[in-house]
Ligand binder design. Sequence first.
Ligand SMILES: [Zn+2]
Length: 315
Amino acid sequence: MRTIGMALTLAVLPACAFARTHPGGGPKVKTYDADGRTPIGEIYGSLAGLAKKGRWKIETVFIDQELPIQVLFTKRKGPAVWVLAGIHGEEPAPPDAVHKSLGTLDALAAGKIPVVLFPLCNPAGYSKNWRYPDAEKYDEKNPGHSVGDSDHLLPGKDGRPRAEKASSAQADALTRKALELAKDYPPALSIDLHEDDLIGKGYLYSQGPKGHEDPAAKAIIRKMAELRYPIILSGKTRFDEPIVDGIVSGVQDGSIDELIASEEILAEGAARDGPSGRSVIVVETSAMRRPLKERVDVHCAILGMLEELYSLVVK
Ligand SMILES: [Zn+2]
């Protein structure tokens, strides 16, 4: 009898005991949970809650393996704060921090600051703890493509796009939506949150015209230092990029951040005005041997600075 009872109990348990689903608000998709990241359905639920507030609109940019890539933006247009999170699916702290900071973002909107929010750019990757959405197709030699790849819109040395077409349907959809929104919501301040478990200390990229001197980037470095979060103040990144006072600038990496900072882009064979972001920052924190909560806290602290950072840029 005991055996039968066990079998019945197991039969009603989810297939994977640590894979959680959310009872309402979002797709019933299992989320990788060995690190305690927020279940994806809970993230969709809270985004739907924010979208119900009168100040916001929500759109689906792309449906990736049944999971919507969403963007939320305020009804109020104008020079905006942009926030991007979850480009890389094995970096849970940024989207979890955004999930916890929706009240902060709504307060910005209530304070009449236009906001564009890409809260979870790679939901398929997040749900599986994969850097790229379709990692199963790739191997070590060809590891796949970032959902933020923008090489198809950025000029190379010969003046032609660096890539003939978008590296994936996800990158095509995300970059199109970013360019479309940049017309009504020119990015005054863009913050793209990342973390890296191969680095012991964090740093920032500043892709905007002020580079190392960007006041918003400097303020974030000061905040990280104040929180005693480890930062590399000088030396090089693991990609051999020089770091000055915790900030890397002038990098042409084909990222969506380079696109957001670009004054000119190439689309359908013609040069066009780019989003021309004034302050475009990519945050890279260390995830090495650090509990998720601590990593989420530093990203929440940065999101808590958005009003101050925006005022440094829009004077
Ligand atoms: Zn990343």
